[in-house]
Every structure is written in C-alpha cells, then in structure tokens.
Design a protein around this ligand. Structure first.
Ligand SMILES: NC(=O)c1ccc[n+]([C@@H]2O[C@H](COP(=O)([O-])OP(=O)(O)OC[C@H]3O[C@@H](n4cnc5c(N)ncnc54)[C@H](O)[C@@H]3O)[C@@H](O)[C@H]2O)c1
Ligand SMILES: Nc1nc(=O)c(N)c(NC[C@H](O)[C@H](O)[C@H](O)COP(=O)(O)O)[nH]1
Length: 251
C-alpha cells in the first residue's frame, strides 16, 4: 500500500493534544476522541455507508494521530460498514493496536478483512475484539484472529448490552496499552460524549469538512445528561480545505 508523506510542520501542531511521550504511570489510558464530521454533524451518509469526509491533508493528520497512540478503537458498526485497515500509513510510523467493541458478536470477519490483510503484510496489527460474556465465539474465527496476533477479550455488559467505558479502559490498560484513539462511529462517539462518561476523554480532535451530507446521516449529538458539553483550550488548524478543531472537554 502506498505511504502518505508527513509534512514536517504537522507534529508540532498536534503534540499538545496527544498522549505525553513520557509520563508517570496512570490508572487508565490517555483517551483521544477523534473523528471527521460534515457541517451538519454527520459522520456518514447513512448507517453502514462508508463516506469520505477528510481531504488528503487531514487524512494524513489522522494517520499521524494513529502513530501516536498505542491503540485505536471503533464500534462494530464501523467495522461492518468500512472494513477499515486501522493502521498507520506514514512510512516508518508504528501502527496502533485496533480494538473493536462488539458486545453481541456481530462481526463475522474472515481472513480477507482489510485489518487482517495488513497484519499479514506486517503493515498493521490484528485487532483485539471485545465481546460480551454471553457471546458464543466461533472457534474458526478465534483461530484466524489468534494466528494474526489478535484475540477476543470477554467483558461484562450492562442491562442494555453495553460495556461501561471505565471497564473498556481498564481492559485496555490490562493489555499494557497506555493510550487509545477512539475513532467512531456514531454510537461510540455519542456514548462517550455524554456525562459522566466524557470525564474519561483527555483530548478531542475533530476534522470538519466543508460539506453538508443532508438528512439521514449518522449524526454526532450526545444524549443531554447534564450541562452542554463544551471544549476549552481550543485551537483551529486549517488543513487543506478542512479545518481541524482541537480541545479538551470543559469540566
Ligand atoms: N467520519 C468519521 O470520522 C467516521 C468514523 C467512524 C465511523 N464512521 C461511520 O459511522 C458509521 C457507523 O456508526 P454506528 O453508530 O452505526 O456504529 P459504531 O461504529 O458506533 O458501532 C456501534 C456498535 O458498537 C457497539 N458499541 C458502541 N458503544 C458501545 C459501548 N459503550 N459498549 C459496548 N458496545 C458499544 C455496539 O455493538 C453498537 O451497536 C459508519 O457509516 C461509518 O462509516 C465515520
Ligand atoms: N478521519 C476520518 N475521515 C473520514 O473521512 C472518515 N470516513 C473516517 N472514518 C473513520 C473510520 O474509523 C474508518 O473506518 C476509517 O477511516 C477507515 O480507514 P482505514 O481503512 O483504516 O484507512 N475518518
């Protein structure tokens, strides 16, 4: 796969918003929430539809962000819709460990999944798939995953069949992964932006693309469980025709 050139100015712009390179041991991983949105707050044209929003410059930034995290997390809806690679395509950069939240065991991947193709080629890592305790794991699929260096991680779920975010972060920490870049999709982002879960978010980096996707898209708009969620310490960085918003959630 062709690699993306890293503009020399990019790292300095984003370093203040990324996991510190050396820090005292922490009780949970550093969490960066990052995604690309349209002007009408959509992530994609419809659930299950892969939709390109980032232009080339902000896409390179996303790959740089991937290189700066130990892990990258998506929901199974994104795994099913996008068949993502979840690696870093900047030459010489380390790829993060993909984590897929799949509480009901819906992800029926084969070894043709892009993330596994990349792992086989040494261009990425195989995923850790977090499944709910009640899921009957297909042994063939478990073997495929483990052959590539991935695995299933079994987790408890709440009455709605969800994982608690504190449990997700504790499991990531147990795997020795000190940081996580949460990339989407809609359910994952909205469940993390609501209070009190948003206390777990250390940094927010949003690419805003100059387009309206129209009604019917997968929208970022968290359930209102407290005060409006506002960013502070904000920086706006134009990248190509997009603008990238960085900040921290105001406590
Ligand atoms: N523009 C972007 O940056 C971006 C990023 C990612 C995905 N997307 C798009 O978003 C769409 C997918 O979004 P979506 O909302 O359908 O799916 P999603 O990726 O958020 O996955 C939803 C599923 O993840 C699991 N999940 C989510 N939160 C959980 C929690 N707290 N505990 C346990 N499980 C949890 C559940 O099984 C849920 O059904 C796709 O169209 C994709 O292309 C866009
Ligand atoms: N930054 C960003 N801009 C976009 O326009 C877009 N659609 C995504 N979507 C994020 C989601 O996690 C996708 O699944 C991966 O972007 C798939 O991409 P890869 O195959 O891993 O390169 N992310």
């Amino acid at each position: 796969m062709s690699s993306l050139p890293l503009p020399p100015s990019l790292p300095a712009l984003f370093t203040p918003h990324l996991p510190p390179s050396s820090s005292p041991p922490s009780s949970r991983p550093f969490l960066t929430l990052t995604f690309a949105t349209s002007l009408d707050s959509s992530l994609s044209l419809a659930p299950g539809v892969r939709t390109t929003l980032s232009g080339p410059a902000s896409k390179t930034m996303t790959h740089y962000l991937r290189s700066q995290h130990a892990s990258i997390l998506i929901g199974v809806g994104t795994a099913l819709a996008d068949d993502p690679g979840l690696n870093c395509r900047i030459a010489g950069c380390a790829s993060p460990r993909p984590i897929v939240l799949d509480p009901r065991g819906r992800w029926g991947f084969t070894e043709d999944a892009k993330v596994l193709q990349l792992a086989r080629a040494g261009e990425g890592k195989a995923p850790f798939v977090f499944v709910g305790g009640g899921v009957e794991i297909d042994e063939g699929r478990r073997a495929v995953l483990e052959r590539h260096g991935g695995k299933y991680v079994v987790m408890g779920t709440d009455e709605r069949g969800r994982f608690a975010w504190v449990d997700v972060l504790a499991a990531i920490q147990r795997e020795g992964l000190g940081s996580v870049m949460v990339e989407g999709g809609g359910e994952v982002i909205n469940s993390l932006l609501r209070a009190p879960e948003n206390e777990l978010v250390d940094s927010v980096i949003v690419t805003i693309a100059p387009t309206w996707l129209g009604q019917g898209g997968v929208v970022v708009s968290p359930e209102r469980t407290g005060e409006p969620v506002r960013l502070t310490g904000v920086e706006w960085h134009p990248l190509g025709e997009d603008i990238v918003l960085c900040g921290k959630i105001l406590r």
